[in-house]
Design a protein around this ligand. Structure first.
Ligand code: MRU
Length: 337
């Protein structure tokens, strides 16, 4: 199985339950978790069984459909699912789509809307790939951070969609995946997907990127976004901001590849975005081994904001936005269905 098209997804609806690939177990084992209660779906999001902005939105939509089957009040289900993770706006966007269904929508109609959200995301990711691929020169070495791949979306990815499309177009590209401390989405997930697809990928620790750029061994960076605000600030996995600063210093393009569902044009700047703080244990331990002395406090902000001034372009399913971002993002938002 590869992730080169839209046939592979980390989320599915099967036999009245939400099925999630347990991303916490990758790359060691490919285990699927069956969630047949709303609480299990919510825990799947909070505990990062499923993660990545579009994928958690899709999962939450299926969670609402499941709630309808179980006789839950829709608003109650939406409230439970909305309290799982605060940063990715796709979660709230998908829940809002479910909330807007007619109050009389039955369980089948709610499931049909969740399937539509899922199918639309698959098509959106393909379109992001088509739009972004033109920015990638033949022979490029591309740095990516975290996992904005098939695992993070309905299928195919956003940043990795651009990479997949460039690869499919016959460009001889290479990918450098930041390991992405502390949760290792780059080392565990991006490397897993790309390696399976036969796209050349090399993992580095996060602190190696600057040196490789200084040596001329990276040509551009592409990342995803969990929330893209009016002035073009993008919010993505912690460490993305550092990558963007390094790109600026070395004169390299820094791209964000995002579905329009990550736009939050109600926010003027990234300063308004709620940044999730994850458990300290993700920092104090590394693969189960304690690496910080007992009693020493740690910080674990899970996302950071990259200011628009460091962003070369924002690639979406309806086109590419460049500075000044306020009008260019508004124009793209108006084109999105
Ligand atoms: O904490 P995670 O793994 O859910 O964070 C995911 C990211 O930061 C991704 O880069 C982002 O959601 C974009 S996915 C297309």
């Amino acid at each position: 199985m590869t992730h080169l098209d839209s046939s592979w997804s980390p989320v599915a609806w099967r036999d009245g339950a939400v099925i999630l690939l347990d991303q916490r177990r990758l790359p060691m084992e490919e285990l699927y978790m069956r969630c047949d209660t709303v609480e299990a779906v919510a825990a799947g999001i909070t505990d990062m069984v499923v993660r990545g902005a579009p994928a958690i939105g899709i999962t939450a939509a299926y969670g609402v459909a499941l709630a309808a089957r179980l006789g839950w009040d829709r608003d109650r289900a939406i409230a439970v699912l909305a309290s799982t993770r605060p940063t990715a706006v796709n979660l709230f966007w998908a829940l809002e789509r479910m909330r807007r269904l007619s109050p009389n929508a039955d369980a089948d109609e709610q499931l049909a809307e969740a399937v539509r959200i899922h199918d639309e995301d698959k098509a959106i990711c393909q379109a992001i790939g088509r739009h972004g691929e033109v920015l990638i020169p033949d022979g490029a070495t591309i740095l990516t951070h975290c996992n904005a791949g098939a695992l993070a979306t309905g299928a195919y990815g956003t940043a990795l969609a651009v990479i997949r499309a460039a690869h499919a177009a016959g460009k001889r590209i290479q990918v450098i995946a930041d390991e992405t401390r502390p949760y290792l989405q780059g080392a565990r997930l991006t490397a897993w997907e790309l390696h399976k697809d036969g796209i050349p990928v090399t993992v580095i620790t996060d602190n190696m990127a600057g040196w490789l750029m200084a040596k001329g061994q990276i040509d551009c960076a592409i990342v995803g976004s969990d929330r893209t605000v009016r002035n073009g600030d993008v919010c993505n996995k912690i460490g993305t901001y550092s990558v963007a600063v390094l790109c600026k210093h070395h004169g390299l393009p820094f791209y964000a590849a995002v579905p329009v569902s990550t736009f939050d044009l109600t926010m003027a700047t990234g300063a308004e975005i709620p940044i999730e703080e994850r458990p300290a244990s993700e920092v104090t331990s590394f693969t189960g081994t304690r690496v910080v002395p007992e009693g020493v406090p740690v910080r674990n902000p899970s996302f950071d904001v990259t200011p628009a001034s460091l962003v070369t372009a924002i690639i979406t399913e309806v086109g590419i936005a460049r500075a000044p971002f306020e009008p260019s993002l508004a124009a793209l938002a108006a084109q999105a269905p």
